[in-house]
Every structure is written in C-alpha cells, then in structure tokens.
Design a protein around this ligand. Structure first.
Ligand SMILES: [Zn+2]
Ligand SMILES: [Zn+2]
Length: 223
C-alpha cells in the first residue's frame, strides 16, 4: 500500500466525502505554512498581489485561520495584505486567478485520479466505511473508471450508501414527532449534515466553480 492509498483509506474512515476532506486539509496546511513561514516570501507576495488578495472565499479563510489561531495571530496576514493594499494604491489591480483556487483544483484532480486508479483495492474499504463521496466527486471518479464491472460495483455501493443515509434522515425526522419516544442516535443527528455534504460537497476547493469569479466583479481602478 502506498502513501496515497493510506491517505485515502484514512480519509474514508470518517463520515463525509473523503476527497472534500483531503482538499480541506490541504488548504488549511497550505495557508498555515504561508502564514507561519512565508509572509515575506516574494513569491507568496506576488501571488497575493496577482489576484488582488485572493478570491473572496480564500481571503476570508486565510484571515479566519490567522485570527483564530493564537500561534499565527494577525502579524503575517497583516504583512501580506499591507503589501496587496500598497500595490493597489500604486495603481496595480491583480486580476489573476487566486492561487489557492489553482492549487486546490490541482490537489482535487490528483485525488480523483488516485481513487479511480486504485479503485480495485479501495472499493471494499469504501463500501464498509462510513464515508460517502459527494455527488460531484463521485461523478468525476466514475467518469475515469473504464472497467465496466468496477463501474457497476461503484454505482451499487454508492446507491446503497445513499439509501442508508436517506433511511437515517427519515428516522431523524420521525424522532422530532412529539409522539416519538426515541431520541435520535448520533448517526441520525449527523444525517442532515451528511445529506448536504453529499449534495453540494464541503465548502472547499476552487472557489470559481461555485460562484462567479469575484475578482472579475472588482473593476476598481484608481483614476
Ligand atoms: Zn467531495
Ligand atoms: Zn480561491
């Protein structure tokens, strides 16, 4: 078993989409590394300036991570955004794609291809795991699987997981009935979160996919 397979198996051991989870972890690590080690790195600064301070989603994620982690704090992020602000004041408006969008899209692509490649080894583990690939990641993996038998098995596994999730959600709804004497189990309480996660994925990855590129909506120029 290689490192990637191990990483995938670990991500499958928890509820929710393993691809989304790994992209989320990747983004967090990238941001923390930048804030810990590279706020003055010319390359990092160029990337931030180039995109006018990142897309809205990633900029707030950077800020939130910086301000919520006492080990990071406001220093690194202030240094970075002072540089972007000064660049704006000197008349330069970055319109490049946000580099965290770019990096997370690449990471996502690698993960999807890795799962498709290793599906013969991973499918049983996936079937038995509590994880459920979100709709988009599931469909992208399915597109890459060429073996028809394997494809059919993945489809069956996914359908079974979704039927089980639906049944849990129904039980959760029933538990809200005032005549119900049963309290919902932890698995049932999580069902609505898992249903949303399946349908729309976690809030990670390339931002441009979800909303219009915000940077395009910033036609501010200093006159
Ligand atoms: Zn996903
Ligand atoms: Zn972004």
């Amino acid at each position: 078993m290689d490192v990637i397979e191990l990483e995938l198996r670990n991500a499958m051991s928890e509820p929710g989409c393993p691809v989304c989870r790994l992209v989320e972890r990747f983004e967090r690590t990238e941001i923390e590394t930048i804030l810990y080690e590279h706020p003055n790195d010319p390359e990092v600064r160029r990337e931030f300036r180039g995109s006018g301070g990142l897309c809205t989603y990633h900029a707030w994620k950077v800020l939130h991570l910086a301000l919520s982690n006492p080990l990071l704090g406001p220093h690194g992020v202030s240094v970075i955004y002072e540089d972007v602000l000064r660049s704006y004041l000197s008349g330069k408006v970055g319109e490049d794609e946000c580099f965290l969008c770019r990096l997370s899209r690449e990471k996502e692509r690698t993960l999807i291809e890795s799962i498709a490649d290793r599906l013969p080894e991973l499918l049983d583990a996936y079937a038995e795991s509590p994880s459920i690939l979100c709709r988009r990641h599931y469909e992208e993996i399915l597109k890459l699987v060429e073996d028809e038998n394997l494809k059919t098995r993945l489809e069956e596994v996914q359908k079974e997981k979704l039927r089980e999730l639906d049944a849990r959600l129904v039980r959760l709804i029933e538990s809200f009935d005032y005549r119900s004497e049963e309290k919902p189990s932890e698995d049932e309480k999580r069902a609505v979160i898992e249903a949303v996660e399946f349908l729309v994925g976690r809030e990670v990855g390339p931002h441009s996919r979800r909303r219009e590129r915000r940077e395009k909506r910033w036609p501010l120029r200093l006159r």
